[in-house]
Write a protein that binds this ligand. Sequence first.
Ligand SMILES: C[S@@+](CC[C@H](N)C(=O)[O-])C[C@H]1O[C@@H](n2cnc3c(N)ncnc32)[C@H](O)[C@@H]1O
Length: 226
Amino acid sequence: MRDRKRARELAAEFHRKGDPTGWFEVLYREAEEGKSNIPWADYHPTPHLVSFWMEHPQETAGKSALVTGCGLGDDAEQLAAWGFRTTAFDISETAIRNTRKRVPNSKVEYQAATLLEPPKVWRGQFDFVFEANTLQVLPAALRPQATKNIAAFLRPGGRLLVIARRREPSDPIGEMPWPLTRAEISAFTEHGLEEVTFDIVPDVNEPEVRRFRVLFQMRDSATQQQ
Ligand SMILES: C[S@@+](CC[C@H](N)C(=O)[O-])C[C@H]1O[C@@H](n2cnc3c(N)ncnc32)[C@H](O)[C@@H]1O
């Protein structure tokens, strides 16, 4: 079982202060100093990304990918190894600095940025976007903006793979990480995306937890949302 105690304390403290994304940098800094752990740092690519790829290999030659909330970069490195020209970002400057240090010869372009106000130059630029587990650490009120911004990264015809914890609307919201409902996942379709594949998969470490794993595609004719 992952140790989420400190992450949950910080999440609660920053929510009380009205700064729901301020705790990530603090947690990464504490981890750098050896005082805390990063509960999601596995140091290997997300297993449900790898199994998805085995079942549905995607075209990568000459294509670009973006990883949202990339943490310590394992998924970004995997996408680059599969052949994408890869960009990856995280809100935590410490996470980005440590990732660059950990993979000094990386081909991935790592950048500190926030999903809630991403660089405008990324709009409509990517053939493939990978989002795993960032939406579920944002409070529900911030997810619609994050969802819209993720969709806006895609070129017409580009694909988005999303992985997130799942809950029924009647389930309690519980503690961070806060699972998403089907409606929150389907909200991508309000921004020009169509569902291509839809899976509910058991978490690898916590088999009682279920995850959405959904591939979307941006309609060719979709005009990018504002
Ligand atoms: C639960 S972790 C998941 C990390 C990685 N995607 C994975 O699946 O292992 C969420 C990550 O998103 C980052 N994050 C949180 N809010 C963000 C935001 N608004 N913009 C960019 N990154 C964010 C956190 O710093 C953290 O590294």
